[in-house]
Design a protein around this ligand. Structure first.
Ligand SMILES: N[C@@H](CCC(=O)N[C@@H](CS)C(=O)NCC(=O)O)C(=O)O
Length: 213
């Protein structure tokens, strides 16, 4: 039995779900409100002591940290392989996962998408200084991913990989901010890749039912 814990609006939860869907696996998603004023429950902290989402359990084996979950999902189950067998290709895939965790989540999601799109939904004003301070790093993220793209519909070429599963939820939100859309216009390969990912069944089946979309 495969269990995922989290909220469907979370980019990290969606990454894990995309890998599960691309592998063709059945799983349950148990809701965890990570932004509840009272915080997450002790029961949830037993699954993820850092109180972040997602957490994952497979037949009693518990994991947290999305990139570890992604690799486990790919390696523990049958289904199409989501990691290249060639050492260098796999290294580039891991580099992309790391770029997303170390830079894109903070810069593209929080500093730009949340500030420009999510925060202003209720009429609040975006912090322009915060956004403009993030643009330099956002440019580097976009140009680096554009350069790392292999020819083909997916980041690493002809087959989907964990890099696609991890990047699509973050870049989907980023593209909704005017700054993200503008930077993606200058990266046509990445923009095409995002269009392709958005049209996949796995992406449609993991669309959030509540905010932020
Ligand atoms: N390093 C963690 C990051 C997960 C993460 O930051 N999740 C966000 C939601 S997308 C979260 O739980 N945020 C709640 C908080 O920061 O309090 C992972 O890879 O799973």
């Amino acid at each position: 039995m495969i269990e995922l814990f989290g909220a469907d609006y979370s980019v990290y939860v969606r990454s894990a779900r995309l890998a599960l869907e691309e592998k063709g696996l059945d799983y349950t998603l148990s809701p965890i409100d990570v932004f509840a004023p009272e915080g997450v429950s002790e029961d949830y902290l037993a699954l993820n002591p850092f109180g972040k989402i997602p957490a994952f359990r497979h037949d009693g084996f518990v994991l947290f940290e999305t990139s570890a979950i992604l690799r486990y999902v790919d390696e523990a189950f049958d289904g199409p392989s989501l990691q290249p067998s060639a050492v260098r290709e796999r290294a580039v895939m891991n580099q992309i996962l790391s770029i997303l965790d170390s830079f894109a989540y903070r810069t593209c999601v929080w500093e730009i998408y949340v500030e420009r799109v999510a925060k202003t939904r209720d009429g609040s004003t975006a912090d322009e200084v915060r956004i403009s301070s993030a643009l330099g790093e956002a440019r580097t993220i976009v140009s680096t991913l554009e350069r790392l793209l292999e020819p083909g519909p997916f980041m690493l070429g002809s087959r989907p990989s964990l890099a696609d599963c991890h990047a699509a939820p973050m870049l989907h939100l980023f593209a909704q901010a005017e700054e993200g859309a503008m930077l993606l216009k200058r990266a046509p390969g990445l923009a095409n890749w995002l269009d392709n990912m958005r049209s996949r069944q796995s992406f449609q089946d993991t669309a959030p039912r509540q905010s932020p979309e």
